[in-house]
Design a binder for this molecule. Structure first.
Ligand SMILES: [Fe+2]
Length: 307
């Protein structure tokens, strides 16, 4: 039974404590899967964590999207909740949780090393998913309103899932290849260095480099880069689709990923527009901290949240 009189800070403190226990016992169970003692401890801690998270969502707002339904005032509270670095003392549920599912199913039955090399570009290439996720998850710290912080966090998180999808496609395309197939397909140089492990590089063999994205600390500049990044990623998926369009088991997940780039472009456009409207309207080119005051909340006035 939860103690209904806990302050927000106390409740977060309890969630942090029990979450650490869950994270730690999870690692122990990965290497000791038959430990009954550890399993019992995990069940107890995970149950307690679930209750505390629901309690927190009920009283103060959601810490995870799964708890966003515990909303009694009819507005979307997910983005109005402070992000971990915005909290006093930084005490918050700050860790990502891995969910064991792909965002779109992938089941490739016919290996093809040549296509794997093309598609690898969307893993570690200049417009690939690693660059996208690192870009958005880095830029979000300098965003001045909750709409842009939430948009960058949520799209950056989704890009991590896309990175996993591309890794899965490349892995499935390079399973069980013979040496003859590797040599004939031109996969030999990659094979020499990485066998069939997944390693971030562009289709032309150039390794992933953090200079492929920018985090400028200027929200307007960064959001323009994000819009361009989504368009470039969509173009790359278009190029890949021309080579795989007749192979549905590859083309379907690639089409899904392409469609997500279009959605991300739209969301970034809306986030940029909201920011420009909230900042000094004459100042379209950049955020200037000397006269652009921090933007306020973008949600309806009755929402009551600040920033
Ligand atoms: Fe994207």
């Amino acid at each position: 039974m939860m103690d209904r009189n806990l302050s927000r800070e106390q409740l977060l403190g309890k969630i942090n404590e029990v979450s650490f226990a869950v994270d730690d016992i999870l690692l122990f169970l990965d290497t000791h899967p038959c430990s009954e003692e550890a399993l019992a401890y995990y069940r107890e801690a995970a149950g307690m964590r679930r209750e505390l998270m629901e309690e927190y969502a009920h009283c103060y707002g959601p810490l995870t999207v799964d708890d966003a339904v515990h909303d009694t005032c009819g507005t979307w509270k997910w983005m109005t909740q402070p992000f971990p670095w915005q909290m006093e003392g930084g005490r918050c549920e700050a860790m990502w949780n891995y969910v064991k599912r792909l965002q779109y199913p992938i089941k490739i039955t016919q290996p093809n090393a040549k296509l794997a090399q093309f598609i690898m570009s969307q893993y570690g290439g200049p417009d690939g998913e690693i660059a996208a996720s690192m870009r958005y998850l880095s830029q979000r710290f300098s965003m001045p309103n909750q709409m842009t912080v939430a948009t960058l966090t949520d799209i950056g998180t989704e890009e991590l899932a896309h990175m996993e999808m591309i890794g899965t496609i490349v892995h499935q395309l390079t399973r069980n290849l013979s040496m003859e197939e590797i040599e004939k397909s031109g996969f030999g140089p990659y094979y020499t260095d990485h066998t069939v492990g997944i390693w971030p590089q562009a289709a032309g063999g150039i390794p992933f480099n953090a200079c492929e994205f920018q985090s400028k600390g200027d929200p307007i500049t960064d959001l323009f880069e994000d819009l361009a990044a989504e368009q470039k990623a969509r173009s790359t998926y278009d190029n890949i689709l021309r080579t795989v369009k007749d192979i549905p088991e590859i083309a379907d997940p690639i089409r899904f990923l392409r469609a997500r780039e279009v959605v991300h472009f739209q969301r970034f456009g809306e986030a940029l527009r909201s920011l420009q409207e909230e900042l000094d309207a004459k100042n379209f080119y950049a955020f200037n901290p000397s006269f652009d005051m921090p933007a306020s909340c973008s949600c309806p006035s009755e929402c009551g949240c600040r920033r």
